[in-house]
Design a protein. Structure first.
Lengths: 132, 605
């Protein structure tokens, strides 16, 4: 259902939208190949805040560009998908991981475009594997 | 839409980056049982937390006897960006329905399901909280186990708010339960003592009066007011003790010891004790403790004989309470339900004890009086002893009437009166110059003889009525003229013995008020109800509008017990009213009610 929604959204809005990786393994393979990290967004049904992130924040072209410059975006449903032990107290929860699956940064809850951009700038700096 | 998004952006921008509440800080669910059968659940919400309306729900786990009938949420859901959500602390009232297998109390695991978000921009996982609760089931609407008999499958029919239920306020029993829950210990005990005193004037206690008097008289010649009082006190204390124990057991386990003892063996045994005592009082033999016991007691105390007497009286008091007067009155039922609901056997037990002492108050007075006015040893004393011996025999027959066919009982009464008449000298010539009292006694003896003979012939003719032993002969004439009129004179109850029979009747009469009367042969209050209240013309006319059902629980079979338990009753008497398959809450009557009061009550239905 979620995939269908994403598909519809991506068709309808030809604008930004991160190119979500199709799965966990593929995301990290791609990250390794492209020397990037992985941005995991944990979502679930009935998540107003996730809807806001997906449909408002990630519609911003500049932001999406910034994300994709350093990270492979991956969206996981906490109930339907294997989230590989990532902890969360609610959704959305964002994890920025190195290609070696090391956690660089965790962000809980909703971030508006400005804040997400600012957060990304901070995360991008120690990209070479150092924890912040 | 743009406006909404802008607003959303603004709100989110305001709170973004905040530290989010942990789920257990965001959602604080709780639930409690009110009025025994309803659950009030609340969901306290943390700051800026909201809950999705469609994700807020209740279910029951692992209980097939109850189901949720209705969930009423007091809050109004609001539109929050296209989603209906609860923005403030939520309060929900959950009512249940039961099937015929439900016990008087059911343990339920009520699950509250919820999911919500923080306005600061985090949505929590769907969660659930399980509450273990005890639900009192007797006033719950009934759904048949198959769900078809009553045509109430998933959505149980509920009487509209503000109809019959509200006409009654709360029942007497409920008020007592409430008093126990709310009052201070002293108030509670005072209230229960008062209830006991009121109950002492009901048929529950009447049989105790001849028993206690006989026992005191049988104690012999050195009786004084003080000793009479002390003996009665021992009797009453033992009785109160028995009532408390029986009550606590009933409250905790839902089994009424008194009702369990209404079987052939207990009653037969107890009647035998009275027959033995009676013959001892007639002077056939002396009853005493075995010599070995007596010597033990005597080494323990100087007043061995009086001690022995006390033990005997205590035993009689204990057994009398259990076997003679099984009565369920509002006070008793209230205390039992309280114990059942709270598990507080101590307070419930003490309340019952105090109530029983109140019930025994007249007995204490009678005991003291019996001691004081007891004649000095001599001819009169012997006569009195014999009279009470006869009273004991009468008690034995009265007890046996619960287990013997009516005809046999009547025959026993006939024999009793004929023998009494002979002993009273009905056939002996009055000595000249010695009339006075002797004549009176002889006259009474002759009357007894006549009555005995009438009972005798009545019993042989198949009559069972002590008051109209010849009805079999007189009715024969009436039969010719048309028996229907006569038959209709008695209130027509459908007699049932099981839950299934009741369900069938309820299902067949969805639009009528069904009156269910719990009665048993051994229940003296039920007899009073039947002969006084139900016999009243105005009451009878009004009752004609109801479907009348009588649950006869005389035999105390498993099915009868299940039926009694289903409604949380501890035994007869109890009258329940049903409408649309459901008991009319607070309308039930426990204990005897005089015609006027009963009529006023049923007129409100």
């Amino acid at each position: 259902m979620r995939t269908l929604l994403l598909l519809i959204t991506s068709i309808v809005s030809l604008s930004a939208d991160p190119k979500w990786a199709p799965g966990y393994e593929q995301a990290f393979a791609l990250a390794k190949a492209e020397q990037k990290g992985v941005m995991v967004m944990l979502t679930q049904d009935n998540c107003k805040a996730c809807w806001y992130m997906e449909n408002i924040v990630f519609e911003d072209e500049l932001l999406v560009e910034k994300i994709e410059r350093s990270f492979v975006p991956l969206s996981l449903d906490v109930h339907d998908d294997d989230i590989h032990g990532l902890d969360y107290s609610g959704t959305p929860t964002f994890y920025f991981l190195s290609a070696e699956e090391k956690v660089i940064k965790r962000l809980d809850g909703v971030y508006n475009i400005k804040e997400m951009t600012a957060a990304l700038l901070k995360i991008a700096l120690p990209k070479n594997g150092e924890d912040q | 839409m743009k406006k909404i998004i802008a607003l959303l952006l603004l709100t989110i921008a305001l709170f973004a980056g905040n530290k989010f509440l942990m789920p257990d800080e965001a959602f604080m669910p709780s639930a409690e049982v009110v009025d025994g059968d309803t659950v009030v659940a609340t969901m306290k919400l943390g700051e800026k937390i909201y809950v999705y309306k469609e994700k807020f729900d209740f279910t029951l786990k692992e209980n097939s006897a109850l189901k949720i009938a209705k969930t009423e949420i007091e809050n109004k859901a609001e539109d929050h960006d296209g989603e209906m959500v609860y923005m403030e602390d939520i309060k929900a009232k959950i009512t249940f329905a039961k099937n015929s297998r439900a016990a008087s109390q059911e343990k339920v695991l009520l699950v509250m399901h919820y999911q919500g978000c923080s306005e600061a921009g985090l949505c929590y996982e769907p969660s659930e909280k399980v509450f273990e609760l005890e639900i009192v089931t007797f006033s719950l609407p009934i759904v048949s186990s198959e769900g078809i008999v009553n045509e109430v499958k998933d959505d149980v029919k509920l009487i509209e708010e503000g109809t019959a239920d509200d006409a009654f306020g709360s029942s007497e029993t409920d008020e007592i339960v409430a008093a126990l829950k709310g009052g201070s210990v002293l108030t509670i005990l005072a209230v229960f003592f008062g209830i006991g005193v009121v109950l002492s004037l009901t048929p529950c206690i009447f049989p105790m009066i001849p028993i206690l008097s006989s026992i005191i008289v049988s104690q012999g010649e050195d009786i004084s007011a003080k000793r009479g009082f002390t003996l009665s006190l021992v009797y009453v204390l033992a009785m109160a003790f028995a009532y408390s124990i029986a009550g606590v057991l009933a409250g905790v386990f839902g089994e009424n010891l008194q009702v369990l003892l209404q079987n052939e063996w207990a009653i037969g045994g107890f009647a035998l004790v009275f027959i033995a005592l009676a013959f001892s009082m007639f002077g056939f033999y002396e009853i005493g403790l075995p010599a070995s016991w007596q010597s033990k007691l005597s080494s323990a105390s100087d007043s061995a004989s009086s001690k022995g007497g006390f033990v005997g009286v205590a035993v009689m008091g204990f057994l009398s309470a259990l076997i003679v007067g099984p009565c369920v009155a509002p006070g008793l039922a209230g205390a039992l339900i309280y114990i059942g609901q709270t598990g507080d056997a101590l307070l419930g037990g003490v309340a019952l004890f105090v109530m029983s002492i109140g019930m025994g108050l007249p007995l204490l007075l009678i005991g003291a009086g019996a001691g004081k006015f007891m004649p000095r040893p001599g001819g009169w004393m012997d006569t009195l002893t014999h009279v009470f011996g006869a009273v004991m025999l009468a008690i034995a027959i009265w007890m046996l009437s619960r287990i013997l066919p009516d005809m046999v009982t009547m025959m026993l009464w006939a024999i009793f009166f004929i023998f009494s008449a002979v002993y009273m000298g009905a056939f002996e010539p009055l000595e000249a110059g010695k009339r006075g009292w002797n004549a009176l006694v002889k006259a009474i003896g002759v009357l007894f003889m006549l009555y005995g003979l009438l009972l005798f012939s009545g019993a042989l003719s198949g009559s069972t009525s002590m008051l109209t032993p010849l009805d079999q002969f007189t009715n024969k004439a009436a039969v010719v003229e048309g028996s229907s009129a006569l038959k209709s004179a008695k209130t027509p109850f459908q007699i049932i013995h099981s839950s299934a029979e009741l369900d069938a009747i309820l299902a067949a009469n969805p639009d009528k008020t069904v009156m269910l009367d719990f009665a048993a042969e051994w229940c003296s209050s039920c007899k009073e109800m039947e002969h006084i209240t139900f016999a009243d013309t105005a009451v009878k006319a009004k009752m004609g509008e109801f479907v009348l059902v009588q649950a006869d629980v005389t035999d105390n079979t498993d099915e009868e017990r299940a039926l009694t338990k289903r409604f949380g009753l501890f035994g007869p008497p109890g009258i329940l009213f049903f409408k649309q398959n459901r008991e009319i809450k607070n309308a039930r009557i426990i204990g005897y009610q005089p015609p006027e009061k009963f009529l006023a009550h049923i007129k409100k239905l």
